[in-house]
Ligand binder design. Structure first.
Ligand code: 2RA
Length: 329
């Protein structure tokens, strides 16, 4: 299978290469695409060097699949050009996510909606993916009424320069500022940019994407997204009110038996999810499950996942695997 990887030198692009190799995805030809200044440089995939090609060269090669993680502007301009030559694009930017003409897919939840006609498929935002992986089974059994989520997001979600800023600040060195403030010893309630309603774009993604993925617009959702000096993954404190009552033990059993979810919930032995533990893994880790006694039919929990893996690269490649396994490309 001929695969284009647009954004091959970025953090998510690099993880996509790693996951493609780990999963032994049937890549017969790899077309790495990066900025014009990178054309001609090489990347390594499965021990072999591949020259970075221009976007036009990749389009002209008519790959079956193009994995994009290069920002919304690049995707808006070039994803349609790939689709026009028959390529199926899986895009990790926010460009197509809320476009009703395009599907927003977490394979464990709604891959079965995909058809051959879907030529630009949106990969959800990282903090959305880990949230809906848990909300989906709970919604089917208990019917979501209202969800309140507060995130504690890794600097890797902002990219390499943010990681460099944190690492420099830890060493007390001057750092090229990605954030408006020091991130070390700090927490910034500011992920992405602020909108007119004083919510950040990250919070708006978190409030909109889950309803589209679950195909359920009947429940309410509000979010606060916070950047913290962490590198292994995003953490989320989630408060969920259901239409139906529940037993905590049943919720734990349901989540423990849901593919892609790992229950880590034994506080007597200090067992709960942590980004230090989730780094490099593809599962969504959930714990600290406990009834919210301030309100009926309501539960609190803690959800952690590696935002570069299940939150981005692995989810996108799982979509690609589904397309191949179901002869949709
Ligand atoms: C972030 N989810 O963490 C966004 C984009 N990766 O900044």
């Amino acid at each position: 299978m001929k695969i284009a990887l647009v954004g091959a030198t970025g953090m998510v692009g690099q993880v996509m290469l790693k996951v493609l190799a780990e999963k032994n995805f049937p890549v017969t030809e790899l077309l790495p695409v990066a900025s014009e200044k990178s054309v001609g440089k090489t990347i390594i995939f499965k021990g072999k060097e591949y020259k970075i090609v221009s976007m036009q060269q990749a389009i002209d090669a008519k790959p079956e699949i193009a994995l994009f993680s290069a920002g919304g502007d690049i995707s808006l301009e070039f994803a349609p050009q790939f689709a026009a030559v028959g390529t199926t694009v899986i895009d990790n930017s926010s460009a197509w996510r809320m476009n009703p003409a395009h599907k927003l897919v977490v394979p464990e939840i709604n891959a079965e909606t995909l058809t051959k006609e879907d030529k630009i498929i949106a990969n959800p935002n990282c903090s959305t993916i880990q949230l809906v992986m848990v909300l989906h089974p709970l919604n089917l059994k208990y019917n979501l009424k209202r969800v309140v989520v507060s995130t504690y997001q890794s600097v890797t979600g902002t990219g390499k320069n943010a990681v460099d800023q944190l690492n420099a600040e830890v060493l007390g060195q001057e750092a090229k500022k990605v954030y408006p403030y020091q991130i070390f010893k700090n927490a910034l309630p500011h992920c992405d940019v602020f909108s007119e309603d004083d919510y950040t774009k990250e919070e708006i993604k978190l409030m909109n994407e889950p309803l589209k993925i679950l195909g359920d617009y009947s429940f309410k959702l509000t979010a606060t997204a916070v950047r913290v000096p962490v590198q292994g993954g995003h953490s989320e404190s989630v408060n969920i009110e259901f239409e139906n009552d529940f037993e905590i033990s049943d919720i734990k059993e349901l989540l423990a038996n849901t593919p892609g979810i790992v229950l880590q919930d034994d506080v007597k032995n200090n067992l709960y999810p942590m980004p230090l533990y989730s780094e490099g893994k593809d599962e969504v880790f959930v714990g600290r499950i406990r009834r919210d006694n301030s309100q009926e039919k309501t539960v609190n929990m803690w959800i952690v996942a590696d935002n570069l893996r299940k939150g981005a690269a692995t989810n996108a490649i799982q979509i690609a695997e589904y397309l191949v396994e179901n002869n949709l490309v």
